[in-house]
Design a protein around this ligand. Sequence first.
Ligand SMILES: NC(=O)c1ccc[n+]([C@@H]2O[C@H](COP(=O)([O-])OP(=O)(O)OC[C@H]3O[C@@H](n4cnc5c(N)ncnc54)[C@H](O)[C@@H]3O)[C@@H](O)[C@H]2O)c1
Ligand SMILES: [Zn+2]
Length: 259
Amino acid sequence: MNDLDEDIRKFAQLIIAAKNIVVLTGAGMSTESGIADFRSPGTGLWEKVDPNEFASIHSYVSDTQKNLKFMLEMGMNIFRAKPNKGHRALTKLQKLGKLEGILTQNIDGLHHKAHTNNIVELHGTVNEAICMRCKEVYPITTMINQVLKGFYSPSCEVCGGLLKPNAIFFGEPLHSETLMRADEMIEACDLLIVLGSSLLIYPVAFYPRKALSAGAKLAIINIQQTDMDDYAEIVIHEKIGDILPRIIEIVEKNLKVSN
Ligand SMILES: NC(=O)c1ccc[n+]([C@@H]2O[C@H](COP(=O)([O-])OP(=O)(O)OC[C@H]3O[C@@H](n4cnc5c(N)ncnc54)[C@H](O)[C@@H]3O)[C@@H](O)[C@H]2O)c1
Ligand SMILES: [Zn+2]
């Protein structure tokens, strides 16, 4: 058995032993679905665009047309994307009764498309639009249809306010109910699995420490190193889609044997 096989086996053992597993996913979860992350060298979005110009609430309000053109281009890629092997492996883990829920930084909705349940979308979703004035929520198609007709100030059917994708932009606070739900899950879990996050953005950067101080164990799959690697029971620096299905397969076999 080589080192990677051994790590995969250990990872599976952690899952088998745990009673309340929460998974925390970042943009690395969706790169294998063709959606670029922010910080991977060479392919990360931040090497191509300035976040303050395109993903901040200030720039959206001050130059809505320019922002919408850019978002539509990026958004079409996200709307067309399909869940990958990693997303599907998590759904399987949940069906095996070994996954409480997912906290995700992703705004692509791919965990929903993979039919996993109990998902907390910390940064919202691009599959919805929200009115900036009255907070009415619409399917994103309501907003896109207006933009495709050349109306670059998409408006709310209730109050006429400006619509924006229901994702958190830079300069916007996260929703307090979402944060509370995430806190509860982190405090209750006995194993936190981090998948595809650089763990650089708050509050997510803080969750592994919070889980550890509440007594949970930590396990990570991420191509690049993170600041939390030294605190984890196990860290695998490989692609999620190559590794996670192998781990879940061992878990499934083990559960069948013990049932
Ligand atoms: N898919 C999306 O919804 C999406 C895409 C880009 C950015 N974002 C937003 O940008 C922010 C980015 O923060 P973040 O920490 O999630 O991402 P990040 O870009 O900071 O880090 C992604 C991490 O994933 C790793 N990675 C990339 N592909 C991987 C793979 N196949 N397997 C394992 N690891 C892989 C990289 O090494 C990197 O460390 C988030 O706030 C998120 O809301 C979301
Ligand atoms: Zn409104």
